[in-house]
Design a protein around this ligand. Structure first.
Ligand code: DGJ
Length: 730
């Protein structure tokens, strides 16, 4: 059993192959966190680990009348506002009598095999009940009639524990939920660094590591999407933790909207960490008998550094967050016309790009923005999803037929959640946009956001997507979303519910995606949001890949893809070779470097291949053959971050197949140094005692030589790359 309750010592024990999570029932009333870390098999008694004697200025406990505890130091498993704990609570609500106090007490638990689905929300899943156990604990506040159901799933197959919370209103009155965190852990000390992924458009998910301060620190999004700026991920690492050693705790939220994640360190150096829907501008009305489901957090503890943490996350994301046909199959190498033409194309141009690409081995032609309405720039036509006959006289079906007749697959771009003011859709339904009633809404990229909290809007989106995907042989959809959500309000909801809109939008979007994707299981969906502005675990439940960034420069991509790999596997990262000088950076790198960087992701091209020299075309042909050979390894292997571009002038990643038979090493120099000795790179994850043959040269190395002495790379030029393949000698 991965989960058990020791009734004698009052301790809940959750275990994964290498980790243990413990919390206990104190005074038979409330839950206190005990431990999360390396696997522990010995038993504990809740009494042995909880000594929360009186400290200056502490109050008499209302939870255990007559006894004094310093509740402000107690490690509550799910803290509320309502006693003498003055730290940031996981739960805060307003009741009809004006009170905001909640006092949850333990009311029962059950342990089941497997893992239940979360109503209306994406979540990690199991395919067989033997993969995990789930613990559901009920906490109840008898006075207010509110229950919190804490859900924990411990996987047997990887070191992942998931958590989420469901709130139920058993009372007869309306309750306003202000804050419902999906997870809270009160760690015993504050000797940690906070590691997170920050960025902006074209510079997503850069790694930052800062020491915890006393007081509150954290990251969030108020942009209606998880956003380019902060990703719903963070890790707490010990000071000495490196990629390959030391303790680290990682947390990822399976949600795509406004989130908050942070740490509150109290004067006793206890670190309260939490993650969930952002409570900023959030309020949920829970009527009598209703339930509210908070999204899921996936948690991983690694005793062996960041790489092990990421490998665990990657395994889960690849196989138990991503779903559908494309989870396990190879995916087509694509060409996308965006950076080749932008809005300036017609059928002839697209067919020519496809033809040149087909000749070199590309399998899928994707037509990006600009094919519908009268969209010759970005200031009109979103919402008018019928082909522009000036550009495409034979419509999408005519173009798609030409492409598929060539033996290629055809893919199409949509931005279904948006509407341009200059569109037939907006003229017909001006009230369909997100806006605060009676106040004008801001435009972003000349567009408004459709109000997906409305059923009529959701039906409309499902309707036109179904029509378009049924009318032509479309094998791939790029689902874009090109602005932040501001002024989230809905004309359909009454005034008390306006602060529900951001979350209702997400629930609406998830419903739409579920409907469309189950209707078209053979279509490969790639998510996008001005690049990686909604690259999160919630989205990956629907699309198995996401456009990582609008920045296609090979050097910038090294940083972006390296940072992204903290939580997300390469199998989810769309990565294309584009033209030089690069359109975002003006930088010129060789087609080899551009391809080698893109091969550490879902590989494709985004330029007019017809414009390449004969030599470059030959390289493209070889690149596609090479990628096809390594695709399954890169996307299913254990990934090792060997050299960080954030700490050095180089970048290196290694991929070791699960059976340790094949090893791929990607090594890059960013800026070369003159007259420089070669760098040595030691490999990781090899089989002890085995010999490995380097494919290109046929040289055979002992694994301990590769792991300890390493291989040499010359780094005397800017923007160089080298990819090496090693095969275990039989
Ligand atoms: C933003 C995307 O990230 C780009 O790749 C492209 O699809 C444009 N939108 C089109 O408007």
């Amino acid at each position: 059993m991965a989960i058990s309750f020791d009734a004698e010592h009052k301790v809940f024990n959750l275990s994964t192959p290498n980790t243990t999570y413990l919390f206990g029932l104190f005074k038979n009333k409330f839950l206190l966190h005990i431990y999360y870390g390396k696997k522990v098999t010995g038993s504990f008694d809740i009494k042995d680990v909880c000594d929360y004697g009186v400290r200056g200025f502490s109050a008499e406990s209302v939870l255990t009348p007559g006894e004094e505890y310093s509740e402000n130091d107690m490690p509550f498993e799910f803290p509320t506002y309502g006693n003498a704990d003055m730290r940031i609570p996981a739960f805060h609500a307003k009741y009809e009598d004006g009170s905001t106090l909640t006092r949850f007490m333990f009311a029962g638990y059950k342990i089941t095999k497997g893992k239940p689905k979360l109503k209306g929300l994406p979540a990690a899943y199991v395919e067989d009940d033997s993969e995990s156990d789930t613990l559901e604990i009920e906490l109840k506040d008898e006075e207010t009639g509110i229950s919190a159901f804490l859900l924990y799933t411990a996987y047997n197959t990887c070191d992942i524990i998931t958590r989420s919370v469901r709130i139920k209103n058993h009372s007869q009155s309306n309750v306003k939920l202000d804050r419902v965190m999906s997870m809270n852990i009160d760690f015993h000390d504050n000797n940690f660094d906070f590691v997170h992924l920050h960025g902006g458009w074209a510079k997503e998910r850069h790694i930052e590591r800062v020491p915890l301060m006393r007081g509150f620190m954290g990251v969030d999004s108020k942009r209606g999407a998880s956003s380019h700026v902060h990703n719903p991920f963070f890790a707490l690492a010990r000071k000495n933790t490196t990629e390959s050693s030391g303790d680290v705790y990682g947390f990822g939220l399976v949600y795509s909207g406004n989130f908050v994640a942070g740490v509150d360190v109290n004067p006793e150096d206890i670190s309260r960490v939490f993650m969930g829907i952002n409570d900023f501008n959030f309020e949920w009305n829970l009527r009598a008998g209703e339930e509210f489901q908070a999204p899921e957090v996936i948690m991983c503890y690694s005793a062996d550094g960041f790489t092990k943490m990421s490998q665990n996350f990657h395994r889960l994301v690849r196989k138990r967050i991503c779903r559908g046909k494309f989870r396990d199959t190879t995916r087509p190498v694509l060409i996308n016309n965006w950076e080749a033409t932008y809005f300036d194309f017609n059928e002839e141009k697209i067919v020519a790009i496809a033809k040149a690409a087909k000749e070199l081995g590309v399998e899928l032609m994707v037509l990006d923005d600009g094919w519908f309405g009268k969209r010759n720039n970005d200031d009109c036509s979103l919402g008018d999803w019928y082909p522009d006959k000036n550009k495409l006289p034979n419509g999408i079906s005519g173009l798609a037929k030409k492409i598929t007749d060539m033996g290629m697959q055809f893919g199409l771009w949509f931005e279904p959640e948006m509407v341009s003011p200059d569109s037939d859709l907006y003229r017909a339904h001006p009230d369909w946009i997100l806006a605060t009633p009676s106040k004008p809404a801001s435009l972003g990229r000349h567009q408004y956001i459709l109000d997906l909290s409305r059923k009529d809007v959701r039906d409309y989106i499902v309707g036109f997507m179904t029509e378009n995907l049924s009318a032509a042989p479309i094998s791939y959809v790029k689902w874009d979303m090109n602005r932040s959500i501001t002024e989230a309000g809905s004309a359909m909801l009454d005034k008390e519910r306006q602060q529900e809109v951001s979350h209702r939008y997400m629930l609406g979007l998830y419903e739409v995606l579920e409907t469309i994707m189950s209707r078209f299981p053979d279509v490969l969906f790639e998510g996008c949001s001005g690049g990686g502005g909604r690259f999160d675990l919630g989205m990956l439940y629907y699309y198995p890949q996401f456009w990582t960034s609008d920045d296609t420069d090979a050097v910038e991509r090294m940083y972006i893809q390296y940072g992204t790999s903290m939580l997300y596997p390469t199998s989810t990262m769309g990565a294309h070779v584009s033209a030089v000088p690069n359109h975002q950076m003006g930088r010129t790198t060789s087609i080899d470097v551009r391809a080698d960087v893109a091969m550490m992701g879902r590989f494709g091209y985004e330029l007019d291949l017809a414009k390449l020299s004969a030599e470059e075309k030959e390289k493209v042909r070889e690149q596609i053959i090479r990628y096809k050979k390594i695709e399954q390894i890169v996307h299913n292997a254990d990934m090792y971050r060997l050299v960080s571009p954030f700490d050095s002038n180089n970048m290196a990643m290694e991929f070791v197949s699960e059976d340790k038979e094949t090893v791929l090493v990607f090594y890059f120099t960013i800026l070369g140094k003159p007259n420089r000795r070669p760098e040595r790179l030691c490999l990781e994850g090899l089989e002890n005692g085995a010999k490995y043959e380097e494919s290109e040269t046929g040289r055979v190395f002992d694994s301990d030589v590769l792991s300890n002495i390493g291989i040499q790379f010359v780094c005397d030029h800017d923007f160089q790359s080298r990819v090496m393949t090693f095969k275990k000698v039989k």
